[in-house]
Design a protein around this ligand. Sequence first.
Ligand SMILES: [Zn+2]
Length: 286
Amino acid sequence: MKIIDMLITNKTARPGTRITPRGLVIHWTANEGKGANAVANRNYFNKHTTEASAHYCVDDKQTVRCLPENEMGYHVGAKSYKPDALKRLSTYPNNCTIGIEMCVNKDGDFQNMYKNTLELAADILKRYGWGIDHLWRHYDITGKSCPAYFVTDSFAKRFTGLSAEQAWTKFMDDVQKILTGNPQKIQTNVDKVSIEINGVHLPSQGYLKDGVSHLPIRAVAEAVGGKVEWCADTKQVRVNGHDLTETIESGISYAPARELAAALDMQVEWDGACKTVRFSKGCACE
Ligand SMILES: [Zn+2]
């Protein structure tokens, strides 16, 4: 993650008020113009006529720090706030939140910007010891359609291919995945299961529950070139168009080995002695 420091000096947008952060707010710039990247948005905040600011601007190449995290920015001010924000943040949420602006300049790569934002968000959450319940959309605080690809279906579809709620859930899941870090990390009170695909061990593991092996869907599917998608209607992960019986543990989606094998059109074998699930390509002669 590349972060460059370009703290703004415009006092209209950086009053220098000390804050103790209690939450992280996600925004988008809503500016799809060419060149409207992180530095450009930071420079906009620094114009003496601008009364808005956020702590970070993120584009597809880098993250620009505009304000220290313990100083107030003007990113969620409004005439009125949603009850949950008033309850969990304050009567003036600017005074206790860190703001991230996601850039959507059309000469940038949305997926890379998204990835950079995930890393920054996870890093902030980790440093403050927060869970994803400390993540807010601007919308959750004031009702503004920001970031629109997590609030408004038409924008969400265009940018993410998902519904807005689904895209926001996925964003939180993706942050959670970074927070939990190691895909091998699963509950300690369950039996771990190794995975072998065409004779090759996967670094990820599954777990055994009630005699059924549950395997990390994405790790297995992607290892054999399976197509993994998030289904907005059923709120499920699909593999090669098959709905799976999904269980989420520490932010990772697992499915029973046999279902996964069927979706991937592979044979599956259970080696009880080695606690290993073995996948192999089905033989045409069978
Ligand atoms: Zn916003």
